[in-house]
Design a protein around this ligand. Structure first.
Ligand SMILES: [Zn+2]
Ligand SMILES: [Zn+2]
Length: 217
C-alpha cells in the first residue's frame, strides 16, 4: 500500500490528466493520491474546481482516495498564510507549499512563512530548512517532505535530521510530473533508507503518518 501527497497534472506542468495519473497510481497500489498542481492567486479556484470534479468521478469507479490539493509555488512568501487560507476556504483538502529547494530560485522566507500558517499541511522539498522554521512546523502540525524527485532530493538527509530532532512527521512524496514518476512502496522504502531512516521510522513514514494526515482532512 502506498500514499503520495504531491503530484502534478496537465493543469500545471505535469504531463498527464488526472484520470491517467490516478490509473497509474491504482496500478502501483496507492491507497491515496493527492493532486497538487502549482497554484497562485490567479488559478487556485480553477485548480480546486477541476480536481474536485475529477475526484468525484474517479472515486466512484476505482478503489483509491483522491485528495484535492494545491501546491502554492513561488508566491511571495508573506502572502503564503493568506493564500493557504483562501485555498482551504475554496475547498482544498490539503495545501502544500513549494519549499526552498537548493536547485531553484525559491524566495528566502518561503519556508518560514509556510511554517507559521495553520492552513499549510505539507512543506515540500524544504532544502536546508532552518531550526526556527522547524520549531514552527512542529507547533502547527505541518508535515515535512522527503522526496524522490531529482535535485530536490539532494537535501533529504538534512530534512530527515531536522525532522528527527523536532519530532516532525515526514512523508515520502514523488512530486510526479511524468508518467514514470510515481513509485511503489518498495522504492519508497529505498528512498527512506537512503536518507538514514531506521526500519521503525520507515513504518511510521510509509503508513502511520499518511493515515494521520488523511484522518484530519
Ligand atoms: Zn512542476
Ligand atoms: Zn511539486
Amino acid at each position: 500500500m502506498r500514499y503520495d501527497f504531491h503530484t502534478h497534472t496537465v493543469f500545471s506542468d505535469g504531463e498527464l490528466i488526472p484520470s491517467e495519473l490516478v490509473r497509474r497510481a491504482v496500478l502501483l497500489e496507492h491507497a491515496a493520491l493527492a493532486i497538487t498542481d502549482h497554484g497562485d492567486a490567479s488559478n487556485y479556484r480553477e485548480l480546486i474546481e477541476k480536481i474536485t470534479l475529477a475526484r468525484e468521478e474517479l472515486e466512484r469507479y476505482w478503489d483509491i482516495r483522491v485528495i484535492v490539493g494545491i501546491e502554492l509555488t513561488h508566491i511571495p512568501p508573506k502572502s503564503i498564510p493568506k493564500m493557504a487560507r483562501r485555498c482551504k476556504d475554496f475547498g482544498a483538502e490539503i495545501v502544500v507549499v513549494h519549499g526552498e529547494t537548493v536547485v531553484e530560485p525559491v524566495e528566502e522566507g518561503t519556508n518560514y512563512y509556510a511554517s507559521i500558517s495553520e492552513d499549510v499541511d505539507i512543506l515540500a522539498h524544504p532544502g536546508l530548512i532552518d531550526r526556527e522554521s522547524a520549531g514552527n512546523i512542529k507547533e502547527n502540525s505541518i508535515f515535512l517532505e522527503i522526496t524522490s524527485r531529482k535535485g530536490h532530493s539532494l537535501t533529504n538527509g538534512h530534512v530527515m535530521n531536522v525532522a528527527r530532532d523536532y519530532n516532525i512527521p515526514v512523508l515520502i512524496n514523488t512530486d510526479a510530473h511524468s508518467p514514470t514518476d510515481l513509485i511503489d512502496v518498495d522504492f519508497a522504502r529505498k528512498v527512506g533508507l537512503g536518507c538514514g531512516m531506521s526500519k521503525r521510522e520507515l513504518e511510521n513514514v510509509l503508513y502511520h503518518y499518511p493515515q494521520d494526515l488523511i484522518k484530519r482532512l
